[in-house]
Design a protein around this ligand. Sequence first.
Ligand code: SAM
Length: 216
Amino acid sequence: MTPERYQRLREVLDKRQPDLTVLMENVHKPHNLSAILRTCDAVGVFEAHAVNPTGGVPTYHDTSGGSHKWVYLRVHPSVEEAARLLKDRGFTIYAANLSQRAVDYREVDYTRPAAVLLGAEKWGVSERAAGLADADVIIPMMGMVQSLNVSVAAAVILFEAQRQRLAAGMYDRPRLDPETYRRTLFEWAYPREAAALRRRGLPYPRLAEDGGVVGE
Ligand code: SAM
């Protein structure tokens, strides 16, 4: 771990947004899952959520650009459990959904805790999931085709969220709580060591200013 690399990890972590996320419902094509995680990394999503990605075990595609290493993916057994956790954490769930009740995605205030629910490639957001969402948002379509690719839709909405958050100064200071920041920094800087310590139930050591492990 060079000091430069450590500094870079910190700069990225300083911009992570714990209150912006996606919930992918049955987004099962690995290249779509990977492309969405890549966008999540770019806008600073800290943790993404999925229900039944790729039929059970998440698999990633080259399109991730390695972003699955930097964005935690939490997999839920059902959309109900995912929605409950997000609501308990204060998120408003916006279903990207081509429905009659949907509002233009730019009308939403994404500086508040926001989760964007994305539907399956073929079927879209399920009725069950839509029933759990607080509102539906739509990206207006003016061409011949009815919908965008799910990863494109995710990017359009998440970059609107980034635009609003930039304007609100939400990338100007670290937003993760200090314990999450410290833990994540160690996991990013020393992934193998972090995994070994977790397996043994041991705490992570402190890191020095230059990224070295204190006491080594
Ligand atoms: N036939 C499906 C439907 O009617 O929803 C199309 C699914 S689309 C290929 C996959 C997902 O991308 C959708 O479930 C939605 O989450 C998102 N999406 C695609 N185009 C969208 C748009 N114009 N507005 C909002 N979400 C969109």
